[in-house]
Design a protein around this ligand. Structure first.
Ligand SMILES: *Cc1c(COP(=O)(O)O)cnc(C)c1O
Length: 497
């Protein structure tokens, strides 16, 4: 049983020491010579006294308290928790990249700029867009950048428009980004199949509609089959089509969103392109746009200059172009999250075009495999073949008094992270499962077995599921409070449900 941690300070024993810097100690005389009076501390710092081995054990122990992808299967729908190959981290940690100073003159970081250039070219090919910025540092940040570009486009035409249509199945960041950009989100209802119908879109469009934001495949895991007709009516109304491509796992090598009518698209490198995420770490939300929208991209834009003759060999010159009067301005400092760009680039180059297509195929096969394994016991929210994720509805289980959230908690006892729970909002008791392509059939079989077993537990011993989890360091947290009060000391309390 996993016990709550104590702090490293609680493990301190006077006199214990990891590594000693005794030889480096200043003599009093040296101290006086080198350290100005006002910078000298009067008392020793309060540091834990522990051996090197204890420090290692403490942090390894902490790393297992939380759930993470290197510890177990993490089918958190919409989040694409695929395995992140460690060589990508190694590439990002290469001192030539890791020690490049963000303020270094462009001429001295040509290699870094070259990498950004190639990453951009690869993402443009994958997504089918002729222009792109790598500046945004999250999916939501890419959305905000995109919506500001849509706004600027209409202002530039001298006909500002305010409304952006958003399906009721959309990710919550969509309306939030629209609102923060000073526009007005307008909800459009999905049809009985969980899809956007061209009729619903046509009805919602008016002169003040700047565009529509669609997630495709949508958050129910289904491809928007009327997309070509939707693109037509949206464009006829003079509006734009934004695609939320946070999750491009089902489309790599199969669909280029820029070729099926979308004018803008953001891509989360920290989902599809395998850079570690979760816990609020750095992200990367590249944004692709059509040629018409290129002038509005945030400043600066990376460009490739003339080839310069350097005696025998040609030298490429990459530079940042600031001379773009219609730009919406800067969205982030420096080059965005450069280390994530390196990881995404390493991933793309490792797999190549063929490998990326297999990612999409296997992601789709894995989700459908789980859908079929589970469909006798759990209701599938919108039946039929899915794309990269499948949304179940625990309505049968709820009739027995156990909710989707209880099932998710019980999965932790079986060693699995929970699926995304209670989202999309239009599915009652939603359990949104995204296995990703990196899981084996054995893992999927065992996971399905656990979910089926939990459903049997609900028949025989519902209290067992309702009081889960039973073997995690902490039981049921007040989730709102836990998200807002990141108080580590709190973890030392032996809190029982
Ligand atoms: C994850 C996700 C987002 C938001 O991405 P962040 O990087 O968390 O801001 C937006 N839309 C969809 C569909 C997503 O899955």
């Amino acid at each position: 049983m996993n016990k709550p941690s104590t702090l490293i300070y609680d493990k301190s024993t006077a006199g214990l020491c990891g590594a000693s810097l005794e030889n480096l100690r200043f003599s009093d005389k040296e101290r006086q010579r080198w350290i100005p009076e006002n910078l000298r501390r009067a008392t020793l710092p309060s540091l834990p006294e522990v051996t090197e081995g204890e420090v290692m054990r403490h942090y390894v122990d902490l790393s297992t308290k939380n759930f993470h992808i290197d510890k177990g299967f993490y089918p958190l729908g919409s989040c694409t928790m695929k395995y992140n190959p460690k060589r990508n981290d190694e590439a990002a940690g290469n001192p030539s990249f890791a020690t490049a100073h963000p303020l270094a003159p462009e001429s001295t970081v040509q290699g870094c700029l070259h990498l950004l250039w190639e990453l951009k070219a690869a993402l443009m090919e994958i997504s089918g867009f002729p222009a792109m910025t790598l500046q945004p540092v999250a999916g939501a940040h890419g959305e905000l950048t995109g919506v500001l570009i849509m706004k600027a486009y209409f202002e530039n035409l001298g006909k500002p428009r305010k409304k952006i249509l958003i399906p009721d199945s959309a990710h919550g960041t969509n309306p939030a980004s629209v609102f923060i950009a000073g526009m007005v989100p307008v909800e459009v209802k999905s049809n009985a199949k969980g899809l956007m119908s061209v009729d619903a879109v046509r009805e919602a469009l008016d002169d003040d509609t700047a565009g529509i934001m669609l997630t495709n495949p949508n958050t129910l895991g289904h491809f928007e089959s009327e997309i070509l007709e939707i693109a037509e009516v949206v464009h006829e109304a003079g509006a734009l089509l934004y695609m939320d491509g946070a999750n491009l796992n089902a489309e790599l090598g199969l669909v280029q969103p820029g070729k099926i009518g979308f004018d803008l698209l953001h891509i989360n490198l920290h989902k599809t392109f395998s850079t570690p995420h979760g816990g609020g770490g750095p992200g990367a939300g590249a944004l692709g746009v059509s040629a018409t929208l290129e002038p509005f991209l945030p400043n600066p834009v990376l460009r490739r200059g003339e080839s310069l003759a350097d005696h025998s060999k040609a030298v490429e010159e990459f530079y940042l172009d600031w001379d773009r009067p219609q730009s919406i301005g800067r969205m982030h400092s420096f080059y965005g999250n450069f280390a994530n760009a390196v990881r995404g680039y390493a991933y793309i180059r490792t797999l190549g075009a063929e490998g990326l297509r297999r990612v999409a195929e296997n992601a789709i096969i894995n989700a459908n495999y789980l859908r079929v394994l589970l469909s006798d016991v759990y209701e599938v929210a919108y039946p039929g073949a899915c794309q990269h994720e499948v949304v179940l509805s625990a309505v049968r289980q709820k009739k027995k008094g156990v909710r989707a959230g209880d099932i998710s908690k019980r999965l932790l006892d079986y060693g699995y992270h929970s699926p995304t729970t209670y989202f999309p909002l239009i599915v009652p008791e939603a359990l949104m499962i995204e296995p990703t392509e990196t899981e084996s059939r054995v893992t999927l079989d065992k996971f399905a077995e656990a979910l089926i077993k939990i459903s049997h537990e609900i028949d025989t011993d519902p209290e067992l599921v309702k009081s889960a989890p039973h073997n995690t360091p902490l039981r049921r947290l007040d989730e709102t409070a836990a998200a807002r009060n990141l108080d580590i000391a709190f973890l030392t309390e032996d809190s029982e449900a």
